[in-house]
Design a protein around this ligand. Sequence first.
Ligand SMILES: [Zn+2]
Length: 199
Amino acid sequence: MSVLPEQIEDLITSLKILPGVGQKTAERLAFYLLRIDDKKREDLAKNILSVKDGLKVCERCFAFTDRDICELCSDYKRDDDILCVVEDFLDLVSMEKGGFFRGRYHVLGGVLSPLDGVRPSDLRIVELIKRVQDEGISELVIALNPTMEGESTSVYISERLEESGVKITRLARGIPVGGDLEYADMNTLKKAFEGRVGV
Ligand SMILES: [Zn+2]
């Protein structure tokens, strides 16, 4: 039998849905939340509840935005010739922080993973191919994470675009295998981008 009051147990259970948060961490966080002042706890709860309010997905690149077409896609100063495909929005944010890429993005929404039941139709691959064809892209940079799934997704995309004539490049090695763009430091990411290689 647990000695914890039910509402604390419930909070711990909720916190455990977060990635990387196990029982111990969830307990620590729950007790921390008990100690902070009410206002801070209310703000946290409010922000969790409202995080999706008015949030949309850009019709062109599928990044999170609060408009129909996101800020990046609307920025006329960016280079229309070069399109960078990333796994998720967080990877886009990492690339943007570096400030070395001035082209457009396409957020794939994941990577192919037969084991988890992620098929091409679950990702924005059809949309990507259409964009490459319609937008006159001259270079497609595949910036997927160097995991097995990322690799096979890159191969799949390259094959699908083989006949389009678009130049396809991939980030150079440098991001640790199995690593995540999201955690790569800016210099590593910049070097991997600058040293990108043809497929
Ligand atoms: Zn966009």
